[in-house]
Design a protein around this ligand. Sequence first.
Ligand code: FE2
Ligand code: FE2
Length: 281
Amino acid sequence: MDKFDKILAKAEDLPVLPHIGMEILNLIEDKFSVPADFEAIIESDQVLTLKILKMANSAYYGYAREIINVKDAVVILGLDTIKSLVLSMLTRQMLSKDLHTYGLKKGELWSHSLAVAMTARSIAKIMKLSNHEKFFVAGLLHDVGKILLDITLKNYVDNLKFQVNEGKVDFIEAELRIAGIDHALIGSKLIEIWNLPDFLVNSVRYHHTSSKAPANFKTDAYIIDVANRLSYQVAPGSSVDFRVDKNVMPEEYGKLGLTSANIEGVLDSIRTSLDALQLTE
Ligand SMILES: [Fe+2]
Ligand SMILES: [Fe+2]
């Protein structure tokens, strides 16, 4: 039994991504999918449909005419917005637990993940990469491993802090020393179990160590890394990765072809959207 299996065995309730979430993720990967495919999946779930309509009709979007079905919501808000809304709603429960080990109160991992998701997607858009939505998903799931590691590390919080403060190691290294595995690796294993695409496995696996990623996933992982650190500027509840360097130097986003004006623009729009999404319950 390896480290991962042991941690899995201890996890009474494994984080679950609702089935409908898997279907949406696979459709996002599928080059041949059409809006009607997404509409059909959303409409198969009444609660989700109601939430989408409520959101679409909220003051935030401010449409004069009432939106009464998913098809209209897709036309008016755009398919990309609908996909993000659905995925945010579907992962909310899973990512909302309080995680004592990481000093995260209920809901804080979710808002952090949402901030990373939006930042990563905006960066991908500025870089004119195809399929921006993939980056939203990777951002949403990047720290999912924390949910699993929290169970193992709960009783070692003092030791973790000791390693970080006295041992002068970063939090990832401290996780490795105590649990034998870090949250990025365990998160990627979970994503493998869920049968999600390689892009997600690799961008989660290397979100703190993008230089070690396989060549064809290096840029993807680096985008999540940069988005993760930038997001601390918009979601203050999430500054718990002790000693993980949260500054992003201009030459770092420069490598992605971004300017500081780009970054300011991204962070400003995310502040607004984050407020709107927090209201959707
Ligand atoms: Fe992380
Ligand atoms: Fe993170």
